[in-house]
Design a protein around this ligand. Structure first.
Ligand code: ASP
Ligand code: MG
Length: 420
C-alpha cells in the first residue's frame, strides 16, 4: 500500500475556507487509496502573532513556556483540518508532535529530532484514518527530561514532514505551499524566472542558504541524508511542481541552475585591528557563543601592523553584534567598528560550476557591465556569491538571469518534465 506524507504551510491554512480547500485535496488523495499522513503548519501568521504576544508580556520569555505556547499554533490548524475532513465523511485524527512520536533533544526553540517512534501513527493508519500531525514540534525524551514540548526552529514543519517520510518509508513526500515550486530566481524580481522540474539536494541547499525561502534547509539536509525525494508544489494550482532529489543529469544541464538573493544581510567591519595571532578568535568566539551566524569573512592584507576585518551577518542580529563587539574593539585597540545594512547578497548556484571555469568571470563581468560594484565575494564548490548595494539587487538579479540564460529550458527537462 502506498504511504504519502503531505505538508501544508501556513498560507495554505490561513482561514476556514483554505482549510476546507486543503481538506478537499486530502480527500482526493485519500480516494486514491493511499495511507495518508498530513503535517500542518500554524494558520497564516499565527507563529509571529504568538511571538509578538509573548514579547508584549516580557522581554525575555522563558524558552520552555515559549515552546509550549508556539506549539499551540499547529494544534489549532491540525484540529481544524481533522474537523474539515470529518465534515467530508473522512475518518481522520489529529495528533500533537509528542503524540505522533516526534522525540527531540531539549534545546528549546531549535530542537533537533532525535528519533521518531512511529507506532501511534501506524496504528491510526491501520484503522484507515488520515493522520494529521502538528508540525514544527516534538517532545523531549532524555533520561532526565521526558515529555517537555519543544519546537524545531522557524519553518520546522518541513523538517517534521521529511522526518516522518523517512521513518515511515513513505512513497511520496509532498510539500504544499503558496508558490508552484523552485524557480531559477524569485519571480517577483525576475519576470523571466522559470520553474525547475528537478533540482539536486545540494543545489537546493545552497539556494536556500543564500536566501531562497521556499523550504527549511534542515528539511532538505534530512531528505538528502535519508534519500527522501521531496516534491514542492502549490496548494492552489495543479502544477506538478519541483522534485528535489539526487540529480544524476547534472552533467547535461545548464551549469548554473538558479540564483538566490537576500536583502536581510548586513556588513560589519572592524577597521585597523592589530595584525597578530589570536585576533580572529577574539572577534568570532563571542559571536559564536551568542549563536550568531557569520559568513563571508574577508580580512585584508595588513598595512603597518593593522588590517581591516569584514564579515556579513543576518541584519536582524546587527544590534546584538554591535553590543558584543564594541568592548572587543576597545580591548583590541582597533580604530572603529562600522556596520552597513544597505547591502544585499546575490548568488549563482549550480552543481556544474566547480568543474567549469569562467563562471566567476561571467558573473563579475555582468555586474561590471551594469555598473554594479562588488563589495565582497565568497564561493563554495557550486556557488558564487557577491555582496552589492541593496539598491542594485534587482538589476543584478535580472542581468545575471539573462547572462546565464536561465530562462531557457534545459534539454533534459523538456517533454515529460522529468528525466527519470
Ligand atoms: N509555524 C512555524 C513557523 O512559522 C513552523 C512552520 O511554519 O513550518 O515558523
Ligand atoms: Mg509558518
Amino acid at each position: 500500500m502506498t504511504t504519502v506524507v503531505q505538508k501544508y504551510g501556513g498560507s495554505s491554512l490561513a482561514d476556514a475556507e483554505r482549510i476546507r480547500h486543503v481538506a478537499g485535496r486530502i480527500a482526493r488523495e485519500h480516494a486514491g487509496g493511499a495511507r495518508l499522513v498530513v503535517v500542518v503548519s500554524a494558520m497564516g501568521d499565527t507563529t509571529d502573532e504568538l511571538l509578538a504576544l509573548a514579547a508584549q508580556v516580557t522581554d525575555e520569555p522563558d524558552p520552555r513556556e515559549l515552546d509550549l505556547l508556539l506549539a499551540t499554533g499547529e494544534h489549532t490548524s491540525g484540529t481544524l483540518v481533522a474537523m474539515a475532513l470529518h465534515a467530508l465523511q473522512l475518518p481522520a485524527i489529529s495528533l500533537t508532535g509528542a503524540q505522533a512520536g516526534i522525540r527531540t533533544d531539549s534545546s528549546h526553540g531549535r530542537a533537533r529530532i532525535a528519533n521518531v517512534e512511529p507506532e501511534r501513527i501506524q496504528r491510526e493508519l491501520e484503522t484507515g484514518r488520515v493522520v494529521i500531525v502538528a508540525g514544527f514540534q516534538g517532545a523531549t525524551d532524555e533520561t532526565h527530561l521526558t515529555g517537555e514540548v519543544t519546537t524545531l526552529g522557524r519553518g520546522g514543519s518541513d523538517t517534521t514532514a521529511v522526518a516522518l517520510a523517512a521513518r515511515l518509508g513513505a512513497d511520496r513526500c509532498e510539500i504544499y505551499t503558496d508558490v508552484e515550486g523552485i524557480f531559477t530566481a524569485d519571480p517577483r524580481q525576475v519576470a523571466q524566472a522559470r520553474l525547475l522540474p528537478v533540482i539536486g539536494y545540494e543545489e537546493m541547499l545552497e539556494l536556500a542558504q543564500q536566501g531562497a525561502q521556499v523550504m527549511q534547509t534542515r528539511a532538505v539536509e534530512l531528505g538528502w541524508v535519508n534519500g527522501v525525494e521531496i516534491l514542492v508544489r502549490s496548494t492552489f494550482s495543479e502544477h506538478p511542481g519541483t522534485t528535489i532529489r539526487e540529480d544524476l543529469d547534472v552533467e547535461q544541464r545548464n551549469k548554473v541552475r538558479g540564483l538566490a538573493t537576500d536583502r536581510r544581510v548586513a556588513k560589519v567591519t572592524l577597521v585597523a585591528v592589530p595584525d597578530r595571532p589570536g585576533v580572529a578568535r577574539t572577534v568570532f568566539d563571542p559571536l559564536a557563543e551568542a549563536g550568531i551566524n557569520v559568513d563571508m569573512i574577508v580580512q585584508n592584507i595588513g598595512h603597518s601592523g593593522a588590517t581591516d576585518l569584514s564579515f556579513t551577518t543576518p541584519a536582524a542580529d546587527l544590534a546584538r553584534v554591535r553590543r558584543i563587539l564594541e568592548p572587543v574593539v576597545r580591548e583590541l585597540g582597533a580604530r572603529e567598528l562600522t556596520t552597513d545594512a544597505d547591502v544585499a547578497k546575490v548568488s549563482i548556484v549550480g552543481a556544474g560550476i566547480h568543474n567549469a571555469p569562467g563562471y566567476a568571470a561571467r558573473m563579475f563581468g555582468t555586474l561590471a557591465d551594469n555598473g554594479i560594484n562588488i563589495e565582497m565575494i565568497s564561493t563554495s564548490e557550486i556557488r558564487i556569491t557577491c555582496i552589492i548595494r541593496k539598491s542594485d539587487l534587482e538589476l543584478a538579479a535580472q542581468a545575471l538571469h539573462a547572462a546565464f540564460e536561465l530562462e531557457r529550458p534545459e534539454p533534459v527537462e523538456t517533454g515529460s518534465g522529468s528525466s527519470e
